[in-house]
Design a protein around this ligand. Sequence first.
Ligand code: HEC
Length: 126
Amino acid sequence: MVRSKLPGKLRVKFILLAGLMLLASDLAAKEEMDYQGLPPGAGVDLVLENCTACHSTDIIRKNHMSREAWDKTITWMQEKQGLWELGKDRQIILDYLSKAQGVEKNKAVGRRNNPMYEFDYKPNPL
Ligand code: HEC
C-alpha cells in the first residue's frame, strides 16, 4: 500500500518543482526585457550590445546630453578608452541616446524637480 502511494506523491512534487522552474524562468525573461534600466526604444539593443562591455548602463542613464555631446562622448571613448568603430550603428545609437537620454529629459527625472533637494548627485555607478 505504502509503495503504491509513493510514486503519486513524487509526481505531485515533480509537478510543483516544474511549476516553480517555469515561474523562475518567466521572471528571468522579464528582467531581460527591462533593458538594464534604459528606456525602451529603437536602438536600445545596439546600446546594450556596444555600451555595456566596459561599464554598466548606470553611467549612460545618469547622463542627459544633446546629440552633439553624445557624439563627442562616443568619439572620446573611441580615442581614449578603446571603444570600437560603430559603423552605421553609430547613427542609430545616437538617435536613441539623443531621444531616450536627451537634454529635455533632464528636467523630468526624479527629485531634480523637488526644491527640497539642492543637489542631485548619485554615487559613482562604476
Ligand atoms: C571599450 C570600453 C567602453 C565601451 C565599449 C563604452 N565605454 Fe563609455 N566609458 C568608458 C570609460 C573607460 C569611461 C570613463 C569612466 C570613468 O569616468 O571612470 C566611459 C565613460 C562613459 C560616459 C561618461 C562620460 C563622462 O563625461 O563622464 C558615458 C556617458 C559613456 N561612457 C557612454 C557610453 C556609451 C553610450 C557607449 C556605447 C556607444 C559606451 N560608453 C561604450 C569605456 C567604454
